[in-house]
Design a protein around this ligand. Structure first.
Ligand code: NAP
Length: 284
């Protein structure tokens, strides 16, 4: 019997897209399962994105689905036929699939974030007060995910406070916005600290944060994963806090899409992590 998955093709679509590690991740799983599918990077400029979605819907492009990344996540949510509730509340989608001639979509960034913490620090979600530093694109899904895990207060601190306020307005009464100057005060008694800013990426713009106002036993995580040990993680660890790096978020967010397109649920394991770390080192 011919395995219909053999002919399946999926994509990651962005602009630019050449630095995406998604083909490496999905290629690894395809090989691991012996599935002769394909997962390719598609560079699509914003003016061509609506046409790309139409090609997906009509089947002309030959894809069963794929990921969308910057700058298409918001447009994807608007252009697909059926974004799920998660994507609708976020106003952004990153995982698309075709079903009965309709393009459906969800957002797996929040899942990637929580699955990484579940794997690396079970019990991370037992606290009451969370601090999210940053209010950019990635922060949105994290605010939603942390709220949905039951934290009673989620405090967003951002250099541009208006962006933090936008997220507080979007995600409801348990979410509070603060300017960056309030960071130390807001961290007092918090159980979880998440860096979602690009501060520390490639070793740049480091900000010296004192983590001691957090409760003892608090968890500090950074979604920046280049470098893996960011200045914030180094400092938090030196001050005695549990830390979780951001690479696992990238790996875990890919799991639901692979399962939808190729019919097998892949694992995030050491072999996959080592593959991506080696690629990061090659391009350092
Ligand atoms: P974004 O939309 O551009 O947002 C950037 C955020 O960083 C904003 O809150 C911005 O504040 C803040 N920021 C930048 N420079 C700053 C500085 N010098 N001081 C204080 N705040 C500063 O970016 P994004 O898409 O959310 O991505 C943010 C980071 O997360 C990137 O490093 C990205 O690689 C990483 N990321 C990781 C994963 C993963 O899977 N681990 C997934 C997505 C993103 P303003 O609002 O004031 O500008």
């Amino acid at each position: 019997m011919v395995d219909s998955r053999e002919t399946r093709r999926a994509f990651v679509c962005g602009h630019p897209i050449r630095h995406s590690r998604s083909p490496l991740i999905h290629g690894h799983w395809l090989e691991q399962f012996g599935i002769a599918g394909r997962y390719t990077a598609e560079d699509v400029a914003p003016e061509n994105f609506a046409g790309f979605i139409e090609g997906l819907r009509s089947g002309e492009a030959g894809f069963v689905g794929g990921n969308v990344t910057i700058p298409h996540k918001e447009a994807a949510c608007r252009l697909v036929d059926t974004p799920d509730e998660l994507a609708k509340e976020l106003g952004a989608a990153n995982t698309l699939w075709v079903e009965d001639g309709k393009v459906r979509a969800t957002n797996t960034d929040g899942y990637g974030f929580t699955a990484n913490l579940d794997a690396c620090h079970p019990g991370w979600d037992k606290g009451l007060r969370a601090v999210i530093f940053g209010a950019g694109g990635a922060a949105r899904a994290i605010v939603q995910a942390v709220r949905d895990r039951g934290f009673s207060e989620v405090h967003i601190v951002n250099r541009t406070v208006a962006r933090a306020q936008e997220l507080a307005d979007r995600f409801g009464p348990k979410i509070f916005a603060h300017p960056q100057g309030a960071l130390g005060e807001v961290m007092r008694g918090a159980d979880l600290f998440v860096n979602t800013t690009s501060v520390g990426m490639d070793g740049e713009n480091a900000i010296d944060i004192d983590f001691t106002p957090l409760v003892s036993g608090a968890v500090v995580t950074d979604i920046v994963y280049v470098p893996l040990m960011t200045p914030m993680l180094i400092k938090a660890q030196a001050q005695g806090f549990a830390i979780v790096d951001g690479l696992g978020m990238l790996l875990h967010q890919a799991v639901p899409g692979f399962e939808k397109w190729f019919g097998r649920r892949p694992a995030v394991d050491e072999a996959l992590r080592a593959l991506i770390v080696a690629d990061m080192e090659r391009h350092a």
